[in-house]
Design a protein around this ligand. Structure first.
Ligand SMILES: *Cc1c(COP(=O)(O)O)cnc(C)c1O
Length: 352
């Protein structure tokens, strides 16, 4: 079975070997306050920062999921409200979770086929945290680096970015935001069960000023532990081991991102050429890591079913377009041969 599901998604082929290595090394039996663990955690963070080109002064924490980051941000970094700019189901969910926790989340929704254009009506007030979704996995759109850079230049507000389905697949403009987070089961090509949070010195300062330490996952509590290469709770040791090994193996992000872009450009010409209608018509906002195709409910059902019979898993639609779209992950762990297999199937199916 080959999978193009946009999360959990295909893991790197080498993960099988790394699992055995993790077992043989003994580190997955080690206590999480031991030197063996701390060295392993330090190595994993070091490899991640090097390969993804994360600025030296940004800190990296491993948490349980991207969803947990919604909670951490609401509790540890939002004191005077947040402004959520989104066009899809993940951005909306983030706003809803935050609203439940803070009661002070404002929304600025925009359309799938348009650029977000913050205007006078939605400009953030002084201490609002701006929350944006870099890659909206539900509909296959992405924010451009120009948008992020402009947003950064326009205000001094703390900016938090959900980059769950783009981190480790494309180049992220780290300095244009303060909090970035993602999950391992998307572009990292790792088994599900861990989140990655990357924070700027300015975000750390804000967390200190707010001083929230009342949750087991308060950012300051997480940070105290990570500064010693420990974790507040017993961590996903195997997940951290695999992160370290995969980040050692992968090419620098510049190289990975070039492959992502080339494959995306190829998909975006291949699909319409073969009779598939893209969900996102406006080219400038198309995601490089998640492609969405739209069709009637009947045809979407038929293609997913036919795919399964050929050993191919397509991603279901998500949110508003759940039944009238399917999604294709363009994540780095997927091989050229697998992509060719899917293309052959899509050509065959469209001729039916
Ligand atoms: C997958 C995804 C999430 C949720 O990730 P979890 O690891 O399941 O918590 C959040 N936001 C976006 C954009 C996603 O793609």
């Amino acid at each position: 079975m080959i999978t193009f599901y946009p999360g959990p998604s295909k893991v790197y082929d080498e993960v099988g070997q790394y699992l055995q290595e993790a077992f043989d090394s003994g580190v997955i039996s080690a206590n999480h306050r031991s030197t063996a663990f701390m060295q392993m955690l330090e190595g994993a963070i070091g490899n991640l920062k090097t390969k993804l080109n994360v600025p030296d002064d940004y800190e990296v924490y491993f948490v349980s999921s991207a969803t947990e980051c919604w909670e951490i941000i609401a509790e540890s970094l939002i004191s005077d409200g947040s402004l959520h700019i989104y066009n899809g189901a993940f951005g909306e969910k983030w706003m809803e979770y935050t609203q439940k926790l803070t009661g002070a989340a404002r929304s600025f929704p925009f359309e799938t086929n348009e650029d977000p254009k913050p205007n006078a009506g939605i400009m953030p007030s002084a201490n609002e945290v701006i929350c944006i979704t870099h890659n909206e996995t539900s509909n296959g759109t992405a924010l451009t680096s120009e948008f992020l850079n402009t947003l950064r230049a326009q205000s001094d507000n703390i900016i938090a970015v959900d980059a769950t389905s783009s981190m480790a697949g494309v180049i992220l403009p780290w300095e244009s935001a303060d909090i970035w987070y993602g999950s391992v089961q998307k572009c990292f090509g790792l088994p599900a069960g861990m989140g990655v949070m990357i924070v700027s010195p300015k975000a750390v300062e804000l967390a200190i000023a707010i001083g929230n330490r009342s949750h087991y996952n308060s950012l300051l509590f997480i940070r105290d532990n990570f500064l010693k290469f420990q974790t507040p709770y017993t961590p996903n040791t195997l997940g951290i081991y695999l992160m370290g090994r995969v980040m050692q193996q992968v090419a620098p992000i510049k190289t990975v991102a070039r492959q992502t872009l080339e494959r995306a450009q190829d998909w975006y010409s291949f699909l319409p050429e073969n009779g598939y209608q893209l969900l996102v018509e406006y080219e400038a906002v198309r995601s490089e890591t998640v492609m969405a195709v739209k069709d009637t409910k009947e045809r979407i059902e038929a293609i997913k079913k036919a795919g399964l019979q050929e050993g191919i898993v397509l991603g279901n639609g998500y949110g508003e377009d759940k039944e009238t779209s399917f999604r294709i992950a363009n994540f780095p762990a997927i091989s050229d041969i697998e992509i060719q297999t899917l293309k052959d199937f899509l050509v065959f199916f469209s001729s039916k």
